[in-house]
Design a binder for this molecule. Sequence first.
Ligand SMILES: [Zn+2]
Length: 66
Amino acid sequence: MVAAISDDLPHQNPCAQCGRLIAAPVWFENGPRRTAYLWQCVHCGYQFETVAFFREANDELRAHAA
Ligand SMILES: [Zn+2]
C-alpha cells in the first residue's frame, strides 16, 4: 500500500529555464534511497529531472509509517 505517496511529492518547484513555479512533477520513480522526479514547465515546455536522496530506504520509512 502506497496510499500516501502523493504527500511525498515536492510541489512548486521553479522551472530551471524560465523560473516559473511548476505545481507538481509529471512523473517520478522510486529507487533504493532515492526518488527521481521529472518536471515539465507549462510555460516554456522545458523538461528537467531532480533527484531526492534519503539516508534510509523508502521502503523502510513507509514500513514504519504503516
Ligand atoms: Zn519554464
